[in-house]
Design a protein around this ligand. Structure first.
Ligand code: GDP
Ligand code: MN
Length: 396
């Protein structure tokens, strides 16, 4: 589960990580009130207005703008709220902006130039350890840095059983070329950031940029936080931060029905029991010249109600030109599933795309008879290749 920048920053701040302060606003009037409040709290004269959507690269897409007075705050907030923000990380249609973060300007002039760094915390699956990845090259795409100047990216591996050692936090500050106050600030920043990562059961923090202000404070100017869904049960407060407007509506609905559904770009809808078989089925579809429109694991109980729910979910995608149902009857009996398909089909009235059903396993032969004699426009198959051939046939 991903958080908005403003939620991520609040989380970080609650663990003592210094952040660029801000107040979220739903409309231009609220933005002006937020800006006034921030000026009172922080003394800032300028404000940054930042679109709150689940996508990075907002700056490039015009979703982050500096306002030098309250009129500009109102004008910019009015422009950004309601826009469809297109960034390198969104689709071509972009993402609708519902709210903005009004933040204090932290790039103020002073004794030194502000400096931007990159820092993320994540799990290194290769070593089974947590990792802090950081770079002097902040504010830009880390992918570009990795490609063009990989020697400017550093890693610090942390044994989760031991935790971050003070010398490791100092090494981060040293490698970033810091000294004096900024060095001390960075060690504190790194250790509170790591604590926040562990205590919130996060799977990714990406802070880009981490800023050294002109008076040597170290703070998070941006915050991408991904929480581990499997640990959300012990973070009820964080689970409540979920913003369904940012998620794929079909996936949200499938989740409510207990279906494991992932929306994809292709034209063949899949209904499969078991994740492994679902992956193999997607390969099969590709080999038959199609593209899977989704990944869908209906789980162990493929009864009529679930099959009907799955049909409805798959058919919400207008790109679907055919549906392949591939069920292995190990725990479920194939004849039950077949009856489920028939009942669901009848309940739904008409389904305007061809359906191919492959049932294999317990009572597969009875299932095939049921389908073939149902009088419905459903093709049956028993072998994997047979199913692929039928997909190819209906697509061409
Ligand atoms: P992203 O584009 O989605 O990654 O959004 P960021 O939060 O990283 O903001 C984009 C850019 O806006 C940053 O890299 C900064 O250069 C700039 N920015 C952010 N906060 C301030 C600020 O307080 N003052 C100024 N002048 N620029 C800022
Ligand atoms: Mn950023």
């Amino acid at each position: 589960m991903n958080l908005h920048e403003y939620q991520g920053k609040e989380l970080l701040s609650s663990f003592g990580v210094r952040i660029q302060r801000g107040i979220v606003a739903q409309n231009a009037q609220e933005a002006v009130a937020a800006a006034k409040q921030l000026t009172e709290d922080t003394g800032t004269g300028w404000h940054v207005i930042k679109a709150q959507v689940h996508a990075g690269g907002r700056g490039k897409g015009g979703g982050v703008k500096l306002a030098k007075n309250l009129e500009q705050v109102e004008e910019i907030a009015g422009q950004i709220i309601g826009m469809d923000l297109v960034t390198p990380q969104t689709s071509a249609e972009g993402k609708r902006v519902h709210q903005v973060l009004v933040a204090e300007d932290v790039y103020y002039p002073g004794d030194s130039e502000p400096e931007e760094y990159y820092m993320s915390v994540l799990l290194n699956r290769g070593t089974g350890k947590n990792m802090i990845m950081y770079s002097t090259e902040g504010g830009m795409d880390i992918e570009t840095v990795a490609e063009e100047t990989p020697h400017l990216i550093f890693h610090e591996e942390i044994d989760p059983a031991i935790g971050l050692m003070p010398f490791q936090a100092r090494r981060v500050a040293f490698n970033l070329g810091l000294s004096g106050l900024a060095f001390k600030e960075m060690t504190k920043f790194v250790s509170s950031l790591y604590t926040a990562y562990v205590k919130s059961d996060s799977s990714l923090f990406e802070i880009n940029p981490v800023l050294k202000t002109s008076d040597s404070k170290i703070m998070a100017v941006d915050a991408k936080v991904s929480l581990d869904d499997n640990a959300l049960f012990r973070h009820k407060d964080l689970a409540e931060l979920r913003d369904l407007r940012e998620e794929n509506p079909i996936e949200v609905e499938a989740g409510k029905l207990g279906l494991n559904y992932v929306d994809l770009d292709g034209n063949v809808g899949c209904m499969v029991n078991g994740a492994g078989l679902a992956m193999a089925t997607m390969d099969l579809i590709k080999q038959a010249g199609g593209e899977p429109a989704n990944f869908l694991d209906v789980g162990g109980t493929a009864d009529a109600a679930r099959v009907e729910a799955a049909f409805k979910i798959i058919l919400k995608d207008p790109a679907v030109k055919a549906i392949l149902i591939n069920i292995f009857g190990g725990i479920v009996r194939c004849d039950r599933v077949a009856q489920g398909v028939i009942d669901a089909y009848k309940n739904m009235g008409t389904i305007n795309v061809p359906i191919i059903v492959r049932l294999q396993g317990t009572n597969a032969d009875i299932a095939k008879d049921l389908i073939d004699n149902s009088g419905l426009d459903v093709m049956s198959a028993t072998e994997f290749q047979e199913a692929a051939d039928k997909v190819q046939q209906v697509l061409s």
